[in-house]
Write a protein that binds this ligand. Structure first.
Ligand code: SAM
Length: 265
């Protein structure tokens, strides 16, 4: 992963090269709608409070868990014992992004959703609340963390979530085989180049023209930037949006030529 100064420099480059989406080049009605009605939507949905209350509660939970480090690890610590509070603070996606995913699911109404990397289930809860009748599969390799996520889903009455435990390398193919197509995917675990490219290739076999893939931490390391480039360059990908901390991938057919947007968020 990049050092803090490298990341800061990268962020500055992103900031300077990004647009607010209102300028030239954003003529697609789909992208215009995405930016004005989803990205910049400031509505305070009541469901936000449910998830943020859960996050608050977990941020104070001093129970300690034994953790298997399966992926590229955490930016903060690689310790094998961590408190729930530390995981809630360091591993979960900040509310700004969880809420963006909530708005995307609410708007695009995907029938099938897959999340790689459940952790404590904070972002999963946003996805579930946004579309309670979607088939939502979330996958997590750290067993003790997955157990807490399960507890959270049960307490919140979120019953459209299936949590699949195990290493993605062992579990993803079986999960994908159950679906003819998948509409919405959040890839938030194992931030390394080869695994990320391999998950992308596996999901490619299940995309339709409305599928949305979201990759976390695309500028976190040189490896992730390489993976992001591979994804953008794939011929099936018609449009991407780089928000720095996440990258969004579309397969819609209406784009005349491939378009890559870097948008300030
Ligand atoms: C950044 S956290 C996910 C955060 C969660 N999406 C959220 O926003 O609340 C990444 C999770 O992926 C899990 N993970 C990483 N590599 C994995 C792998 N190869 N197989 C299964 N789980 C993995 C880690 O255990 C960790 O809990």
């Amino acid at each position: 992963m990049y050092s803090k100064p490298e990341l800061a420099l990268n962020y500055l480059k992103y900031y300077l090269s990004s647009s607010n989406g209102k300028g030239h080049g954003t003529h697609s009605p789909f992208i215009f709608h995405f930016i004005t009605r989803i990205l910049n939507n400031k509505t305070n949905y009541p469901d936000y409070d449910l998830v943020e209350n859960l996050r608050n509660q977990l941020s104070k939970d001093k129970r300690s868990l034994d953790i298997e480090d399966l992926g590229a690890g955490s930016t903060i610590t690689k310790a094998s014992k961590r408190t729930i509070a530390a995981i809630a603070k360091n591993a979960a996606k900040p509310k700004k992004y969880g809420q963006l995913l909530f708005r995307m699911v609410r708007e695009y109404s995907p029938a099938t959703i897959i999340e790689l990397g459940t952790s404590l289930g904070i972002t999963t809860s946003y996805l579930s609340l946004a579309k309670p009748d979607a088939a939502l599969v979330t996958m997590e390799g750290a067993s003790s963390v997955a157990d807490i996520a399960k507890e959270n889903f049960k307490n919140a009455g979120l019953n459209n979530i299936e949590l699949v435990k195990g290493n993605f390398d062992d579990t993803l193919t079986e999960v994908l085989n159950r679906f003819s197509t998948i509409d919405f995917v959040f890839i938030d675990g194992n931030h390394r180049q080869i695994p990320t490219e391999s998950y992308f290739k596996k999901f490619l076999t299940k995309v339709n023209s409305n599928t949305i893939l979201i990759f976390d931490d695309i500028h976190w390391s040189k490896e992730m930037e390489n993976a992001w480039k591979t994804i953008k360059d794939h011929p099936g990908v018609t449009c991407t949006i780089d928000l720095f901390f996440i990258g969004i991938v579309f397969f819609r057919k209406e784009f005349m030529a491939k378009q890559h947007f870097v948008i300030r968020f």
